[in-house]
Write a protein that binds this ligand. Structure first.
Ligand SMILES: Nc1ncnc2c1ncn2[C@@H]1O[C@H](COP(=O)(O)OP(=O)(O)OP(=O)(O)O)[C@@H](O)[C@H]1O
Ligand SMILES: Cc1ncc(CO)c(N)n1
Length: 380
């Protein structure tokens, strides 16, 4: 399946959490091809914006032309614009391009408080809002743009984001001239790291629209993406750090089928928990008082493995865990008490394998295939 081609017209966040960097990660993790027209460079981190340089408007236009005329484009996301002149050039290009969905995030201020648009740039947002399929203001941006009543009179469709209202429930509202079309409400995720939520949401909506989803389905999918990335934030700095986009490769935020979960019956539950913990999986679900017993582990790629208590085991499937260096992994596991059938062996199908059996009798392979898993020389 071809990836959707999504162009992000936005500023660079040197901290990697928002702006172009958040957009590239979002589009990539959702299975799209990310293209960029960089409008500004920001020297930025979790604490603030130290410096901003805007791109020459002709250079912004040149970036748009270069990618659209070559790769083509299925959807566009617009974020920080850098200057009124850039906003005008972008509006000019949008008028000339073949009609594709455009999501406009009217970025004014970074999560940390640094200004990202001056008054002249904000004044130029009007023409972009008129061209966009959807504009996604947060509450302060909505006020600065004249308020909901004023904007919908201009026939705009808005997703008004509630991340800033401090309520226990985070509510986003989709509105147009007719009033409220839909609303999404979910419990606020308690995190110190929400830098880049707006950029992530708008580029994720653009991906969904580029995939052909209708507006409400694209917003639902994008909100799922934001919530999962908030929950996966890596905790690199005390607060206002990046979200966890790279952890999303195995979540249902791209077209399926995804193979991301295996459940094994097991007869000796405690021994099985110890076995998979020693392998290096992270135990994320387990209630020792539940009957029948159930536990779930997460692997470093976000795939999960569950154990389910059973009287007997009938499955004949084998479970493979890949490591970059099988010898090293097997040595470590032997030191942790795992007993293998033999030493790692290079197989004729180009995989290096070492086999063992888990406490319930499931056959387990520690292996490395690298390129030869998905791209063996004899691939069809
Ligand atoms: N703590 C949170 N828990 C759950 N969802 C959140 C949280 N914070 C923000 N969101 C969601 O993230 C999306 C972006 O909302 P927000 O109001 O934070 O935008 P923004 O202010 O433009 O973002 P940014 O801070 O990147 O500029 C919305 O869908 C909002 O509901
Ligand atoms: C470059 C850039 N764009 C957007 C935002 C909004 O969060 C940010 N902090 N930095």
């Amino acid at each position: 399946m071809q990836p959707v081609r999504v162009l992000s017209i936005a500023g660079s966040d040197s901290g990697g959490g928002a702006g172009i960097q958040a957009d590239i990660k979002t589009i990539t993790m959702m299975g799209g091809h990310a293209m960029t027209a960089i409008t500004a460079l920001t020297a930025q981190n979790s604490q603030g914006v130290a410096a901003v340089t805007s791109t020459d408007p002709d250079m912004v236009a040149a970036q748009i032309d270069a990618v659209v005329n070559d790769f083509g484009v299925d959807a566009i996301k617009i974020g920080m614009l850098g200057s009124a002149a850039i906003a005008e050039v972008v509006a000019d290009r949008l008028e000339k391009l073949p009609k594709v969905p455009v999501v406009f995030d009217p970025v004014m201020v970074a999560t940390s408080g640094g200004a990202l648009a001056d008054d002249a740039t904000i004044a130029a947002f009007g023409q972009l809002m008129a061209l966009a399929s959807l504009t996604t203001p947060n509450l302060p941006e909505l006020d600065a743009l004249g308020g909901e009543a004023e904007l919908v009179k201009r026939d705009l469709t808005l997703l008004i984001k509630g991340g800033h209202d401090g309520a226990e429930e985070v509510t986003d509202r989709l509105v147009n001239r007719e009033g409220e079309i839909a609303r999404w409400s979910d419990p606020r995720i308690d995190t110190l790291h929400s830098h880049g939520t707006g950029c992530t949401l708008s580029s994720a909506i653009a991906v969904g629209l580029g995939q052909g989803l209708d507006l409400q389905a694209a917003i639902t999918q994008a909100r799922d993406f934001v919530r999962l990335a908030l929950r996966s934030a890596p905790d690199l700095v005390p607060s206002n750090g990046p979200m966890g986009h790279p952890m999303m490769r195995n979540d249902a935020v791209m077209p399926g089928p995804l193979f991301n979960q295996v459940t094994l019956d097991c007869t000796d539950f405690d021994a099985s928990i110890a076995f998979y913990t020693r392998l290096g999986l992270t135990l994320i679900v387990y209630d020792p008082d539940e009957a029948p017993l159930y536990a779930r582990f997460e692997a470093s790629n976000g795939a999960t493995l569950s154990l389910h208590e059973a009287d007997s085991v009938t499955s004949s499937a084998s479970i493979y865990f890949e490591f970059p260096d099988v010898d090293k992994a097997v040595d470590k596991l032997r030191n942790n008490g795992w007993i293998f059938d033999g030493s790692p062996e290079d197989k004729s199908w180009n995989w290096c394998e070492a086999w063992t059996t888990d406490p319930s009798g499931h056959r387990i392979c520690i292996y490395h295939a690298g390129e030869d898993r998905r791209y063996p020389p004899w691939r069809i």
